[in-house]
Ligand binder design. Sequence first.
Ligand code: ADP
Ligand code: GLC
Length: 482
Amino acid sequence: MNVLILTAEFEGLAKAGGLADAVAGLSKALLKNVNVKVIMPRYYSINPSTLTRIDALPFVYLKDKQYFFAIYKKIIDGVEVYFVDYEEFFGRDGTYTDKNGEGFLDNDIRFIFFSVAALETAKVIGFKPDIIHLNDWQTAAAAVKIKEDNYFKDTATVFTIHNLQHQGFFKKDRFELLNCSWQYFNPFQFEALGHLNLLKGATALCDTITTVSRKYAKEIQTPQFGFGLNEHFKALNLKLFGILNGVDYEKWNPQRDKFIAKNYSVETLDYKQLCKKDLQEEFGLSQNDAPIIGFIGRLYEQKGIGLIIDIFDRLMQEDVQFVLLGSGKKEFEEFFLSKKAQYPYKVGVHIGYSEKLAHKIEAGSDFFVMPSLFEPCGLNQIYSLKYGTLPIVRAVGGLDDTVKNFTPSDKSGWGFKFYEFSPSALLNTILWAFDVYKNPDIFTLLKKRAMQLNFGWEKVAEHYLDVYRFATVAKKLSDCCR
Ligand code: ADP
Ligand code: GLC
């Protein structure tokens, strides 16, 4: 089976969030069974001297303007990744946003161009996909071009929603860039409130939709989580599946993690203490046995940052340490920096991106907090489990699917969950976790259980293979009915 994956991010090349981890992990795991190729933009940060240039000068038309572009290639962990290179759109710092976190004003044409050029790239390299797997709105424009292109007449399409908050919502006239029939611009496909909605159109046209957890597939059909498209997804529910993301245990594994002070496993769990000490040193915290709560991620409302802020001073009355790594909304960044100044020996803050610190926090913390407002999958809580760092999460999306609440009566579970999006629910759950921390036997039992769970990509890739087969059949059926 030939599978072509289109993505705006790929781990090790360009990353804004978990999309990069997810696409890299899946494509690597798929290699075992299918012929997979990935296409992404060549952002400015990806040095062309590390890539191989393909000898061709392809072009595409957007409306009536012709765009010549270049194609590069690189093999990463066995996966062939191709790059669409066009200076005007990708020769700048940042993937979707500038250094102040503002979305680029030309993101519409940037990613419509990328989607169309990626399909042209497949032709140039002579790759005839059985499946084209699209990810998030940045690749959505390809869905309609595939429909109108004879080269892809036997290709089935899968669209994965990693985050419904971002849909590619633009002015109606941007649809003209695609040079395709206006019949697709209707309220069941690309039109939403008179505007262009790329994700809506692509999910309507593709043969199968997936989300990155089972719970999220249900949630997006409700007004609370549907971002205005809940009825749309209800109507498409027969082709909608939830597949939980996997973890690349070659990268996220305390037994061979190259960033942490001392490697450890279930058998040598005591060494985790050395990682805790190292984390305390790294952030200038008191060297004591207070429980450390870690947080890594984008500092935006989605991640429930408001709840953490609301309980922060109350939390600091406890014997606790808090370490945060992230960046995003300026007022959130400033809040945490001010708390670091106020509680220098209890609070550690690094505003920015750091792979090394992310690994140190996973290994050195006792708990990992993710009180998200919504969370399609969430990866850090799954990474935490492998490091015996118990997650404290809100029961939404992938957080609910991956964390089983500790139940004192039979000592089952491996984390701490709350349901209501309120500061008191978060605080009470943290205080409950601290009670468990004070009982070393139970705390160790939970840590060891967490470390032995397996969320590896191997199993997940099999689910995707089933989805690819489903999409192939669904396409044949819809072709017959035409
Ligand atoms: P999202 O995609 O919504 O941002 P995920 O939990 O799926 O959330 O994935 C976030 C990914 O980005 C994880 O691999 C996480 O470790 C990484 N990450 C987020 N912020 C940072 C940061 N400041 N430094 C290092 N890694 C980060
Ligand atoms: C999105 C979601 C996150 C998910 C990631 C990878 O960015 O916000 O929950 O884990 O995509 O699928």
